[in-house]
Design a protein around this ligand. Structure first.
Ligand SMILES: N[C@@H](CCC(=O)N[C@@H](CS)C(=O)NCC(=O)O)C(=O)O
Length: 202
């Protein structure tokens, strides 16, 4: 399989963390690719018309995107270990959706500050996106810590990647004071081999 890969993309990181945890790394060749909404760059548009990474090409030649689809596919290949069935099933995929939504908001903030000309940037849009992230962090702190203490699942991997991306790109926003229990969880998660092996280059 070929994974179109950018070392700074948190969505690619989700896939790589799962590949580490599931023992699939030796079955995946990495091809560098990146783009933005303004310039699709080296993203393979024939494989993903949305112009985003990650994209995974399967052994039969078909292409998969986005990260949630790729992660489900890889987990199925590895024996259905990280998308639980039963009581934890819906919490796992809701947690993954929450983490991905936090990432979508963080990426919008980055695009607003990096891609839009200064005179037409909107501080309101930036703060509106940040409020999505801070509300999610508050809910995670209040309601999700028992789930996060349970067995490793894809939702936890997505959350670990999302919080790490917020630290990487939005480090000036101090979320830890408002969410000390979640911060402690993140500290432990960040020490996993799958996370240290996928740290984005500074
Ligand atoms: N929902 C997608 C989001 C992927 C995404 O936004 N990737 C970014 C890189 S971090 C990208 O390729 N952006 C280019 C663009 O938006 O045109 C997923 O989970 O894979």
């Amino acid at each position: 399989m070929t994974l179109y890969h950018s070392p700074t993309s948190p969505y690619v990181r989700k896939v790589m963390v799962l590949a580490h945890e599931a023992g699939l790394l030796d079955r995946i060749a990495l091809v560098p690719a990146s783009g933005t909404p303004l310039d699709s760059g080296t993203v393979p548009l024939a494989a993903n018309p949305l112009g985003k990474v990650p994209v995974l090409t399967r052994p039969d030649g078909g292409a998969l995107y986005d990260s949630r689809v790729i992660c489900r596919y890889l987990d199925a290949l590895a024996g259905d270990r990280f998308y639980p069935q039963g009581a934890r099933q819906w919490d796992c995929i809701t947690l993954e959706a929450t983490a991905d939504g936090m990432l979508d908001a963080a990426l919008e903030m980055m695009y607003e500050s990096r891609l839009r000309a200064e005179q037409i940037r909107s501080a309101e849009i930036v703060e509106g996106q940040w409020s999505k992230i801070s509300r999610s962090i508050a809910v995670l702190e209040d309601r999700w810590m028992a789930y996060l203490a349970g067995p490793l699942c894809m939702g936890q991997m997505a959350l670990g990647c999302a919080l790490a991306y917020i630290d990487f790109r939005l480090g000036a926003r101090d979320w830890r004071n408002a969410a000390p229990v979640l911060a402690a969880w993140q500290g432990g998660f960040a020490a996993r081999d799958s996370m240290t092996a996928t740290t984005p280059p500074g």
